[in-house]
Design a protein around this ligand. Structure first.
Ligand SMILES: Nc1ncnc2c1ncn2[C@@H]1O[C@H](COP(=O)(O)OP(=O)(O)OP(=O)(O)O)[C@@H](O)[C@H]1O
Length: 558
């Protein structure tokens, strides 16, 4: 088992690796808050000087504009750095997920829904990225900004600070309520749009049945219902959107008006709390309008963090799945040299693969029980048995994808599960019922991007499979990008054979390779196989009696 990774360890590693970037973000956050705090103070001072009949110093005016510009600059600098940092995190997370994916055991791998894996790689990673770019860091920045403004206001006008301390929790509660309702309405709308979009292909797909059973009205009403749900959800969302800004603006105006009225009240006790100069009044009005923005953002940031936490859990769950036993480069080299010695020994008794009293089942139910057989080098074996008896399972055990519950599966006298990936490619060639394309050229289909397989080896494999002429007849030959329709069903199977023999494997595993072919094409593929089988051990699964070769091992259904 490899050392376990988690989202937090990956992020922590990225922070340490990109220490300058991380320090830059901290610096930009602090700078943007501090520089935003100073201009209203300077403005207040300038106004106080003007009202006192003094000429404001040029440096003061200059620093007001300079600091305002600096605030904008440090904010965009922070956003820029956060975007870059977010990309680094996305990269690190996706690489770790891919690394994990390639190391999963066959059992964990088959238990994964393709759609769920894609949403782990795309949706969940994006959400975690947002956790940083518009979640945690912005939340700290906004909280820092609110607190610093409150501190300045406390120093400048205690009464206003008290009013704000009372109002801000209410404002925050109201903001969260509006945001939650908007989010719920958006989710509802997405669901309704999904249902309505699903309705269209469903109707087209079943159009004959709908006409036959005269269900047109029912389908129309159903579509109308979904569209109606979507419309109502959008209206709810628009309503929340429409009321929020006016409420905030009115609140802002009311606070300013009340504080100004109180500061002009003339009552000595009230003035103790609310009294201020004209300059301070301008400064605090400025601060009040600055404090509402961060409160609104804070609500959104909490929302982002909440949804990101679910994504973090899902990614951590995926990263915690069981991994294959790892064979390191050195171990593999050592094992290969030991295998070479064993192979020599094995050559004497010629047993290349062996099942010793194997019992195996994917879950509790056993599929094989106390199953034994031996295969000698160069032998041609056919595995026969009813559907579901466990023939393909025997291949998976030979490939070391699963460990038996009892007994052992040996390849050249060695436990199949301990054969490393590189060695496996030299040991086994696997041909399945259908060909699975990889993105790339025809040559890539044969080499599977293995640099050890030269273009000459790929060509030789295609010749052996009897496909060389067909490939050469293609517009770009082996460099032709592979796509559906360039080969016939039988030719795809020949390409499968070329792929299987390209690395010169000692054992060929053939799983029902002629099942989908007509009699003529089957003959052609079987001829190619005869050439490929020369000097190799071949283990095949076939339901067709005429495609069976050599000794037959029957796998009985339990
Ligand atoms: N990954 C898996 N997880 C759980 N059960 C599985 C898995 N793969 C196969 N099985 C089950 O194991 C049993 C044996 O399957 P296997 O594919 O080995 O049979 P088979 O003899 O090759 O059948 P066929 O001739 O139809 O290909 C079947 O009941 C199958 O449903």
């Amino acid at each position: 088992m490899k050392n376990r990774k988690s989202v937090s360890s990956i992020i922590w590693r990225t922070i340490k690796k990109k220490s300058f970037l991380s320090a830059g973000i901290v610096f930009a956050v602090v700078a943007s808050v501090v520089t935003a705090l100073l201009p209203p103070l300077i403005l207040g001072k300038v106004i106080d000087m003007i009202t006192a009949g003094q000429e404001p110093a040029f440096i003061l005016i200059l620093s007001y504009f300079g600091l305002t510009a600096l605030t904008g600059f440090s904010e965009s600098f922070r956003e820029g750095l956060l975007t870059v940092f977010g990309q680094k995190i996305t990269h690190a997370l996706r690489s770790s997920l891919m690394d994990k994916y390639t190391h999963l055991t066959a059992d964990s791998l088959t238990g994964q829904e393709p759609g769920a894996v894609v949403s782990r790689f795309v949706g969940d990673v994006d959400v975690v990225e947002k956790l940083f770019t518009s979640g945690i860091i912005s939340m700290f920045a906004d909280a820092f900004r609110i607190i610093s403004i409150l501190v300045v206001i406390w120093v400048k006008n205690r009464g206003l600070a008290i009013v704000l301390a009372v109002i801000l929790p209410f404002l925050f509660w109201f903001t969260r309520r509006v945001q939650k309702s908007m989010l719920a309405a958006k989710v509802e709308n997405r669901r309704a749009v999904g249902r309505a979009s699903g309705c269209v292909p469903e109707t087209l797909h079943n159009i004959r049945t709908i006409h036959c059973l005269q269900k047109e009205k029912y389908m129309t009403e159903r579509y109308d219902r979904y569209i109606g749900e979507s419309y109502r959800a959008v209206e709810r969302s628009n309503f929340c959107d429409a009321i929020y800004s006016p409420v905030i603006l009115i609140l802002n105006a009311v606070v300013v008006a009340v504080v100004m009225l109180l500061s002009a009240s003339g009552n000595a006790q009230v003035l103790m709390l609310f009294g201020m100069s004209a300059g301070t009044a301008v400064a605090v009005i400025n601060y009040i309008s600055q404090i509402f923005g961060p409160v609104e953002s804070l609500g959104m940031e909490i929302q982002t963090i909440q949804s990101a936490i679910a994504g973090v859990h899902r990614i951590n769950e995926f990263l915690g799945l069981e991994e294959k036993e790892e064979v390191t480069g050195r171990q593999e080299a050592l094992k290969q040299s030991q295998a070479a010695v064993r192979e020599e020994d094995a050559e004497q008794d010629e047993i290349i693969a062996e099942f010793q009293h194997v019992t195996f089942g994917y879950r509790e139910q056993d599929i094989l029980q106390d199953f034994s057989f031996q295969i000698r080098k160069g032998e041609q074996i056919t595995l026969a048995g009813r559907t579901g008896a466990g023939k393909s399972t025997i291949f998976k055990l030979l490939l070391g994808l699963y460990e038996p519950k009892k007994g052992s599966v040996l390849i050249n006298g060695r436990r199949a599960g301990t054969v490393g990936e590189k060695e496996k490619r030299k040991l086994f060639g696997y041909v399945e019922q259908t060909f699975h394309q990889v993105p790339g050229t025809v040559r890539d289909q044969i080499t599977l991007f293995d640099p050890a397989i030269t273009p000459e080896m790929a060509e030789e494999a295609a010749r052996l499979a009897g496909l060389h002429e067909t490939v050469m007849a293609l517009e770009k030959g082996y460099d032709m990008p592979c796509m559906d329709g360039i080969f016939s069903e039988g030719q795809w199977q020949l390409l499968s054979i070329a792929r299987a023999v390209a690395a010169g494997p000692k054992i060929l595993l053939l799983d029902e390779i002629t099942a989908n072919l007509d009699a003529q094409t089957e003959k052609e593929v079987l001829r190619a196989l005869q050439r490929a089988a020369d000097g190799r051990t071949v283990i095949s699964i076939s339901h067709r009696i005429n495609a069976r070769t050599g000794r037959v091992i029957t796998v009985r259904m339990l």
